[in-house]
Design a protein around this ligand. Structure first.
Ligand code: PLP
Length: 453
């Protein structure tokens, strides 16, 4: 696996309105901090560009030595409303200063406010929301609710269907429903009633006909009446690939015919990222459950799962809980974040900036047709899928080299993820303006050129 250079290298200086690179990278003074992390944390926490973040300012990230990057990561799709927003900071500080930092499931004032605000923003029939701390927890809960409901209908109705190449988190259940075999080989005894079918993205899986879904279940010897839930990422995070719309519409009908819950994992896609409030709205179908995280608070650890009261109230008081559910400081952050998303019309901005981004990426793909196999995504999420020249084999080394070039030129991205680690993933805060977006797209073009020519 490629890694970022660990010894400082002198680079051409960069100074624009938004970007500054004025030191060697990594910054020599940052090395002891990086070393401390490397020494005491698992190496699995490594791999990102070696920058010591000082703070974030909306769509910019600063280090301690005067360098500044345009952020194309949003952390990891968290800071939809921008980094370090005063409104969120003020809400967090006020709540902390009130003296209530945590109180488990004992009621506090902000809990109901946040739950109401979330439900008001969700489709009407999803009239309850369960706050949790991480995206993986919402997936665990979705599996539990699908199976609980299914087994009330019939004892054998407990098959969860999900998709090849899907990612839903790193806890046991979320990895079992994940569709990346290498991530779950450690489990050993995979649940045979968790089945993955091909994801109809039109690139890695050319067959986008719904027949493939039916055939894949038959091949796996799954009886459709035994399925309790179908779970998919609204777009697959690694490649920003949406499923074929007609396929999802047929899937919705199939779920209705077989009394199956259709669950969208919106942990990445929610809260405006794709140019709609929830990304699944692009499919024009009803969701039975949606799992959210990341951009819900834009900052502190909070996640939530939405469902109808019939599904959400399957468990009696005290039996579906989590210690940090609706932590008061996280609630304060989330309320301020939701208000910012509305007040600044960030969903609309994501759609508008997304049009520019995807138009320009289309041009870039035409400029480098041998190296770019596909560009997927909507709104302010995109992935440029690098391939070995002339074919479709993922080219992780080239993707990594491009991300490194970007980092050295003042645009921050996370290390390649997605098919074979070959996706250059673009996900700036939804607050980014046209000038900064165009500047960073220009840097992408230069970086690709520097790597592939
Ligand atoms: N689902 C999707 C689509 C994700 O991208 C992630 C995390 O990246 C998760 C679930 C898991 O979320 P968390 O890391 O908060 O557990």
């Amino acid at each position: 696996m490629p890694t970022f250079p660990s010894t400082p290298r002198n680079l051409p200086p960069v100074q624009t309105k938004y970007r500054t690179i004025k030191t060697a990278l990594p910054v020599p003074e940052s090395l002891p901090i990086l070393e401390e992390i490397r020494k005491y944390e698992p190496q699995s926490m490594g791999g990102m560009p070696p920058i010591i973040w000082k703070n974030g300012e909306n769509f910019l990230v600063n280090d301690f030595w005067g360098n500044r990057w345009i952020d194309w990561s949003s952390g990891v799709l968290v800071t939809n409303a921008g980094h370090g927003r005063k409104e969120i900071i003020d809400a967090v500080v006020a709540q902390a200063q009130s003296g209530l930092l945590t109180n488990y499931l004992f009621p506090h004032k902000l809990r109901g406010t946040l739950a109401r605000m979330l439900v008001e923003r969700a489709p009407k029939h999803l009239d309850k929301v369960f706050p949790l701390s991480t995206g993986s927890e919402t997936i665990e809960c979705a599996i539990k609710l699908c199976r609980t409901r299914g087994q009330k209908i019939s004892a054998s109705k407990r098959v969860m269907v999900s998709f090849v190449n899907g990612f839903h988190g790193r806890t046991l259940g979320s990895q079992m429903v994940g569709g990346i075999p290498a991530l779950k080989s450690w489990i050993g005894n995979l649940d045979p009633q968790m089945v993955q079918v091909p994801f109809p993205d039109g690139f890695r899986c050319k067959d986008v006909s719904f027949d493939l879904f039916v055939k894949s279940l038959a091949d796996a010897k799954v009886n459709s009446t035994d399925v309790c839930g179908v779970l998919l990422e609204t777009y697959q995070g690694g490649t920003a690939s949406f499923a074929d719309k007609a396929y999802i519409q047929k899937l919705r009908v199939w779920c209705d015919e077989n009394n199956v819950l259709l669950v969208f994992d919106e942990v990445q896609a929610g809260f405006g990222r794709t140019g709609k409030y929830f990304g699944f709205e692009h499919y024009g179908v009803k969701a039975d459950m949606i799992c959210c995280g990341k951009g819900i608070s834009g900052s502190l650890p909070l996640s939530a799962i939405f469902a109808s009261r019939e599904v959400m109230d399957l468990y009696p008081p005290g039996s579906m809980t989590s210690t940090h559910s609706a932590n008061p400081i996280c609630c304060a952050a989330a309320i301020a974040n939701l208000e910012l998303i509305d007040r600044e019309k960030l969903v609309e901005n994501a759609a508008r900036m997304g049009d520019i981004l995807h138009r320009e990426l289309g041009k870039i793909q035409k400029e480098f047709p041998k190296n770019i196999g596909a560009v997927h995504g909507k709104g302010l999420v995109a992935a440029v899928q690098m391939v070995k020249p002339g074919g479709e084999e993922p080219d992780g080394d080239t993707a990594f080299a491009i991300v490194q070039q970007m980092y050295e030129r003042g645009v921050l991205m996370f290390a390649p993820v997605g098919f074979g680690g070959a996706s250059v993933k673009i996900a700036p805060p939804l607050t980014i303006n046209q000038e900064a977006l165009e500047e960073s797209i220009h840097v992408l073009r230069e970086s690709i050129r520097a790597v592939v020519q």
